[in-house]
Design a protein around this ligand. Structure first.
Ligand code: ACO
Length: 429
């Protein structure tokens, strides 16, 4: 018997099986040999929410949730946040290595020169209701882009794939900024390709009558760091959606619209929006204890706390907390910070949260910074979606190039009625 195997005895039949172990996992298909009768379907594993199922091998992002470690292609998130910039990190995530100067210059040029969108996309976005949620506009516009770039469907051509990836990274800030300007009833500002990726985004958000917009360097850098922190997070809900949709060989625009839709929910990327609404509702530090009691009585969740993977601390939350002061120096201190700090202090001491390993996640502090930067709360999930674009696309491409991947199609355990005959309306009770 090989050491790298798992012995399983089926007590229904007394039969034993040896399942191969590779990379600390067993292959779920090996369970199918476990049967009571030869015509049985075979054993399945039941895993709602995929809590313990690896759907892929990946070389992009490493997380050790118990130790609070996050690395892109092996590089610690702390080092990337301190020394890199979003476009360099995007290159790293996509190609697997840091670029040399020539590679970086070309990459930056290519991205910054694809930032304009077709005028029909502009018109399309103007057609949304005046108060449309910017994430709804974002998702719909990304999906709509598949009709502007039908060649995107040729997903097996590497050059063509790269062109769509560059387009999406370049144009998502434009779509995001247009959704913001629409919400504010302001004219759209076209990209300025002389500015950095985040500098240009700020330009499209804020520019009014200036001839040349100059982004505040502290806010530009803070946003860039936030973008780095959000660039990828392995097989989360949105990325899993990207891979599932992409597995049917749909084009990247349609797949990414689905991934963004998954991100929109308050249990995922919409949590930063939910955190802010929660802090506003609490309203004052003195109301925090009563709120925490409500959480412990299961009346509601403490938004921005808890994580499927991180059961110690979320390293992104620590970095965000550390850049908050730099932002507040420019914007003034966000009064909601005191409520957040008090919530964190009480929660980290309280048994309910300690026993369940509930710590602040990335969304707990990002919203406070975004609000200090004067973003409307509804923009928060969009601010998450912009940098996550590279994660989605790199994971999508990895899936397409992975020979083991198949169309995603989970199984179910059917517990419904057995076969029965149709009953005509008059005979129904
Ligand atoms: N507030 C109060 N209790 C919580 C919270 C919370 N935020 N999160 C988890 N719990 C409790 C659960 O009720 C459960 O308690 P029980 O075992 O007594 O029933 C226990 O902690 C374990 O929680 P699960 O829901 O099983 O954990 P899961 O891994 O399924 O969920 C999730 C993770 C969705 C992030 C959850 O912690 C949550 O809803 N958090 C609030 C929303 C949020 O901040 N989401 C952002 C996540 S980060 C991101 O997506 C970018």
């Amino acid at each position: 018997m090989t050491k790298d195997s798992l012995s399983v005895t089926d007590n229904r039949t007394g039969k034993s099986y040896e399942l191969a172990i590779k990379n600390d996992t067993i292959n779920a298909m090996d369970l199918r040999q476990i049967k009571v009768n030869p015509d049985d379907f075979g054993m399945l594993s039941y895993d709602p929410g995929f809590k313990n199922t690896a759907s892929t091998e990946s070389t992009i992002t490493y997380i050790d949730g118990a130790k609070g470690i996050l690395r892109y292609r092996g590089y610690p998130i702390e080092q990337l946040a301190a020394s890199s910039n979003y476009l360099e990190v995007a290159y790293l995530i996509l190609f697997g290595e840091l670029p040399n100067q020539a590679q970086y210059d070309k990459w930056e040029y290519d991205i910054l020169h694809h930032t304009f969108v077709h005028e029909n996309i502009t018109d399309f976005m103007k057609a949304f209701r005046y108060d449309a949620h910017p994430m709804g506009m974002f998702i719909a516009t990304i999906a709509g882009m598949s009709t502007f770039y039908p060649e995107g469907r040729d997903i097996h051509d590497a050059d063509n794939r790269l062109r769509q990836i560059e387009r999406l990274i370049a144009k998502t800030p434009t779509v995001a900024a247009f959704s913001y300007r629409h919400l504010r009833g302001l004219p759209f500002v076209y990209p300025d390709n002389d500015l950095s990726y985040t500098g240009n985004f700020l330009n499209m958000l804020d520019k009014m009558t200036q001839i040349k917009y100059k982004p505040n360097p502290a806010l530009e850098r803070a946003l860039d760091v936030l973008f780095i922190l959000h660039a990828d997070h392995e097989q989360n809900c949105g990325t899993a959606a990207m891979r599932v949709i992409g597995s049917s060989e749909t084009d990247p625009y349609s797949a990414m619209a689905g991934a963004a839709a998954a991100l929109y929910g308050p249990l995922h990327g919409g949590a930063n929006e939910a955190v802010l609404r929660m802090l506003v509702e609490i309203g004052d530090v003195k109301n925090v204890p009563a709120f925490v009691e409500g959480v412990k009585n299961r009346e509601r969740l403490l938004m921005g706390f808890g994580h499927r993977v991180y059961k110690n601390f979320d390293p992104r939350a620590s970095i965000i907390k550390s850049i908050a002061d730099e932002v507040f120096e420019v914007t003034g201190r966000n009064p909601l910070l005191d409520i957040a700090l008090e919530l964190e202090r009480i929660a980290l001491e309280d048994d309910f949260f300690v026993q369940r390993n509930l710590y602040p996640n990335v969304d707990f502090y990002s919203g406070i910074i975004y609000q200090a930067m004067k973003f409307p709360i509804a923009m928060f999930p969009v601010l998450f979606a912009i940098p996550r674009t590279i994660g989605w696309l790199a994971q999508w491409q990895e899936m397409l190039l992975d020979k083991e991947q198949k169309i995603a199609r989970p199984r179910q355990v059917y517990l419904g009625s057995d076969e029965r005959d149709y009953v005509s309306m008059e005979d129904r009770k």
